[in-house]
Design a protein around this ligand. Structure first.
Ligand code: NAG
Ligand code: NAG
Ligand code: NAG
Ligand code: NAG
Length: 963
């Protein structure tokens, strides 16, 4: 029976006479519904008995029947109606949708603790999964073959649709605009009556973007500015014919549109956003103490109402209506009362031990369970605290790497997911879209897997376990007959780097019209990831702040054995020196004082003589690799420890449009050098170093037009005066043109830039702009918008006519640069694409190329096809923390992804060059390529999920650092 049928038979509590009700409901299947009706009936009969037949109706309060129904439903726990699993049509079925037959798939079902895989077919009909593995021919015989959509998966992996338990799609908007900024209210600390649904705008480019990553369902939460921020709603991301927010909802709670609640079926789960710690404190100029009191005050209020209801019902149910009045309830607090009755999934943004401790006490004081702690950066350090929560331990919904942007996130660990899992806590990866774009939510699970979360749990963390956090595990999160037909067909194993959907199906409807994909025959099994057991243990031992410096630094001879490949920089970029052909081949490299003496196959190189000599430290790379070290740019790494803590960062330079440059700086002739503000030994720097990013070219932190002079620094050095710490004091002049904070018009910014270039060249600032004018140093311009880029290209031409010299210009960010690829190439301008996988954060950068599967090309591939010199920066958080240093460590995967997305156009060598040699070329570095560091990885290559960085070989520092 379908859900719709159940709905038709619902009990007409309001209007019908009770006797009629009784007979009509005899056919209702749900046994408890019968019970409810029975008791309801008896109660009224009973009241009739004692009050006497004449007086009965006059003494009953006006809404007695409804009050009784409410009383009976008070403590019914949410869940699917009885018979839900035998429904034959989804309540979300879109009529006219053809059934879908997927042949020959490798189906990860999510069942048996994520260990079940079926090889076979799938049949989808009426918005539901009808058959998994074997499809009974009788299911198909009812249709003409032309009436069925048939897809041959050719053995490809199929998973349930990705479920995101923490998203702000549509309560903000992408591109972000002030007119659609509905995530946070600032009207008070506790606002349980707010509903994200009321701000859910239908024009957000994120819907399509997220679906392109396989995301089918998201929980849309209000922001975290309040202790209690309001009710959250689960939606499916596909567009509906109705085009309304309401039509996106999955199992919305009853009564949203003012229709009466249905007391004959269990209620549906509701969700309530809570937030601990810094955010509410910041918004309300308060403290953690104020936030926790706001919870307690609100819950106390709710508890009083709940107690009144319980007292009321204990009388009403025995027919004692004397002076009882109407059912006690208050619209503002009803959702919190529902929490106390166990009908709401409490979703709580909480980072630190202090916050978990407080919230767990709250859950016990008021006796409600917590569905999940979100963000929860310190949860892995205090598993026992979480286990003390009322009724059951909360799930823990975390980021893989996004961290250290504020104090609460300082002790984040990449090992958190596996440590929590080792403690039997349920791990869920989440996006906090657009903080991490939910399109890449699966990549969060992949990273957790890389650092040690088992394969079955990693996949469950964004499917079945996520569905459970939403209370929707009876219909989504698994590939199972009777479940919603939400599936993703992948081009590779879902835990393989760069896994991309070839089709995404929501409610049985294929979402991708003509998907672009590239075959990935080598990535059809889960990557064999390195062992990080020791690192995970050390992290916990050190309370989340393990030492990160290299364990050993060797200046003598080091012999790397069992190498499968060596990549090296040369004048043309990065090229493969050799790769072993078979398992029995062994590669070798010998290093002395940080310089390669020789490398090659054991059998064909004189290197082997060093092995027999027995001198030196030997490192077995177990089939690993040597590759050029990566170079970071586009972040503030080296200038700050915690972006949002003013005293831990160099801070932003004066924006000349906002402030008059103080006289002490030399007035208008001043310019700031990043080299003067450097900090060494920051955790972001050391973690990047351990991930093969050994240096960075970092401009001053700036928010206006004028940045200053970037510097080229080593990420492993202890301080600035150490040998090799500064590779080049000044590399380039940095500016930004766009709608930054408080910026004047674009045309005003261009006018200012023109004057800076043409002169008069005043003071120190004038000296550097004169060097740009004369073509001696690059001008690096952050810009996203194609019209701004066009204006910049014109300005370059204008300057060149005036100066008679070739001006060096490099664009950074450049989201819309693909619209002008030819012109950018003709102008001989290079581009550092940041982030490498585009997202329409802002209006000025909205016209992005989505990349596969939505478009054949990506921004990088278009620029490369026009012979533009391209560099890439890390995929980071743009809006919340523009200069995210945490993201630098992932540059190796971002580079690999550029190649994997390019359908063969960009090789791994080209990708390595984009994250190393090209950065130097584009940012004015003058040193010799031979000076570059090399990264030794064991088990696999640097740009893979198999490789683990075990050593850095540095000719610059004349040493080999071993981790
Ligand atoms: C399934 O696809 C794989 C890969 O293309 C192929 O080798 C195999 O023969 C196919 N099996 C069936 C039953 O079609
Ligand atoms: C209100 O929502 C219910 C589902 O909860 C639906 O059955 C009903 O048709 C809706 N009524 C209106 C007027 O939209
Ligand atoms: C090299 O490492 C691979 C992968 O661990 C291993 O299978 C192989 O036996 C090793 N070869 C030698 C010569 O040690
Ligand atoms: C890019 O360079 C290659 C090799 O030099 C050349 O064949 C090709 O025509 C160039 N493409 C464009 C669009 O200029």
């Amino acid at each position: 029976m379908s859900q719709d049928c159940d709905m038709e038979k619902r009990l007409p509590i309001h209007n019908a006479r009770l006797r009629v009700t009784k007979t009509r409901t005899k056919r209702l299947r749900p046994t408890f519904a019968l019970l409810v009706i029975g008791i309801l009936y008896l109660a009224v009969e009973f009241s009739t008995l004692i009050l006497g037949p004449r007086r009965s109706t006059s003494r009953l309060p006006l809404h007695a029947q409804e009050a009784l129904a409410k009383c009976h439903a008070l403590n019914i726990k949410p869940g699917p109606p009885v018979g839900f699993n035998s429904r034959s049509e989804s309540d979300r079925f879109q009529h006219g949708t053809k059934p879908v037959l997927i042949r020959n798939a490798s189906i990860w079902t999510g069942r048996l603790n994520g260990l079940e895989v079926h090889k076979g077919d799938l049949f989808l009909e009426n918005g539901l999964i009808k058959a998994v593995g074997d499809v009974d021919p009788s299911l198909l015989e009812r249709y003409d073959s032309k009436d069925i959509t048939i897809a041959d998966a050719k053995g490809a992996w199929v998973t349930p649709g990705i479920v995101d338990v923490h998203s702000h799609i549509a309560v903000g908007a992408s591109p972000s605009l002030a007119g659609a900024n509905d995530g946070n209210s600032n009207k008070g600390l506790a606002l349980p009556w707010l509903r994200s649904l009321d701000g859910l705008n239908t024009h957000d480019d994120s819907y399509a973007h997220s679906i392109a990553g396989g995301v089918t369902t998201s929980l849309i939460l209000p922001g975290s500015a309040n202790a209690i921020g309001g009710q959250a709603f689960a939606i499916k991301l596909r567009s509906t014919p109705e085009r309304s927010p309401s039509s996106l909802l999955v199992e919305p709670p009853f009564g949203l549109n003012g229709s009466e609640a249905d007391y004959t079926v269990p209620p549906r789960w509701r969700h309530m956003k809570h937030a601990c710690g810094e955010n509410p404190s910041r918004m309300y100029d308060g403290t953690r103490m104020d936030t926790v009191w706001a919870y307690r005050e609100a819950y106390d209020k709710a508890r009083q109402i709940k107690n009144k209801q319980d007292e009321y019902c204990s009388k009403a149910l025995v027919g004692d209506w004397n002076n009882l009045g109407s059912f006690p309830e208050e619209l503002q607090w009803e959702a919190l009362v529902d929490i106390l009755r166990g009908k709401v999934k409490v979703q709580t943004h909480c980072y630190e031990a202090v916050d978990f401790d407080a919230f767990v006490r709250l859950s016990n004081e008021f006796q409600f369970p917590v569905a999940a702690f979100h963000h929860a950066h310190e949860a892995y350090l205090v598993p026992e605290v979480l286990k003390r929560a009322y009724e059951h331990p909360p799930a823990v919904a975390i980021f893989a790497a996004f961290s250290r942007y504020k104090r609460e996130a300082y002790r984040h660990s990449e090992f958190a997911a596996r440590i929590l899992n080792d403690h039997d806590l349920k791990v869920v990866m989440k996006s906090d879209h657009p903080a991490i774009q939910s399109r890449y939510l699966l990549h969060e699970a992949q990273q957790a897997h890389y650092y040690g979360l088992p394969e079955n749990i990693a996949l469950a963390s964004v499917t079945s376990n996520a569905a459970e956090v939403l209370g929707l595990e009876h219909r989504i999160g698994y590939v199972k007959a009777g479940y919603d037909a939400d599936l993703v067909i992948w081009d590779s194993h879902p835990l393989a780097l760069g896994a991309t959907p070839v089709q995404v199906i929501i409610d049985g409807i294929p979402q991708l019209d003509a998907p672009y994909t590239s075959p990935k025959p080598e990535s059809q099994v889960a990557p064999v990831t390195p062992n990080f057991d020791q690192e995970a243990r050390t992290t916990v031992e050190h309370g989340g702040l393990p030492p990160l410096q290299a364990a050993q630094s060797l200046s003598g001879r080091v012999i790397f054995r069992n190498i499968s490949s060596v990549w090296a920089r040369d004048a043309r970029g990065v090229n493969m020196v050799f790769r072993t052909e078979s398992q029995s081949d062994e590669g070798i490299a010998v290093v002395e004082n940080g310089k390669i003496l020789c490398s090659g196959l054991m059998t064909s190189t004189s290197c082997s003589s060093y092995v027999s000599s027995g001198d030196g430290h030997t490192i077995n790379l177990h089939g690993g690799s040597l590759a050029p070290a990566l170079i970071s740019t586009g972040s503030s790494i080296g200038l700050q420890e915690i972006a949002m803590e003013a005293t831990t960062t160099d801070g932003a330079v004066y924006d000349p449009f906002e402030h008059t440059s103080p006289a002490i700086l030399g007035g208008e002739g001043s310019i700031i050098r990043a080299v003067d503000g450097l900090q060494f030994g920051t955790r972001d720097a050391l973690l990047a170093y351990r991930a093969g990013v050994t240096t960075s070219i970092t401009p001053p932190i700036f928010e206006g037009l004028l940045g200053g002079l970037s510097t080229y620094l080593s990420l492993s050095s202890r301080h600035k005066l150490e040998s090799g710490a500064i590779i080049q004091e000044v590399t380039a002049v940095h500016v930004a043109v766009g709608h930054g904070r408080g910026s004047p018009s674009i045309s005003t910014q261009i006018a200012a830039l023109r004057r800076l270039l043409v002169g008069p060249h005043e003071g120190e600032r004038g000296k550097w702009f004169k060097a740009v004018y004369e073509g001696n140093i690059p001008l690096v311009v952050e810009a996203k918008n194609a019209d701004i880029i066009a204006t910049l290209l014109n300005l370059k031409k204008e300057i060149e006519v005036a100066s008679g010299a070739q001006m060096k210009m490099t664009l950074v960010r450049a989201a819309e640069a693909h619209l002008l690829a030819k012109e950018i190439a003709a102008a001989n301008v290079g581009v550092i694409v940041t982030p490498p996988r585009s997202f329409p954060f802002t209006w000025e950068g909205r016209r992005i190329l989505y990349g596969p599967p939505l478009t054949a090309d990506s921004l990088v591939s278009v620029l490369v096809s026009h012979n533009v010199t391209v560099g890439i920066g890390p995929q980071g958080v743009e809006e919340e923390n523009p200069m995210a240093g945490w993201a630098v460590r992932n540059l190796r995967w971002d580079a690999a992804w550029v190649s994997l997305d390019s359908r063969g156009a960009i090789g791994m060598g080209d990708a390595l060059a984009m994250a190393s040699s090209n950065i130097e070329t584009l940012l004015g570095v003058q040193s010799e390529p031979a000076y570059g560091d090399l990264v030794a990885t064991s088990g696999g290559e640097l740009l893979s999920f198999e490789g683990k960085v075990v050593a850095i070989i540095s000719p610059r520092l004349a040493s080999v650092d071993i981790f």
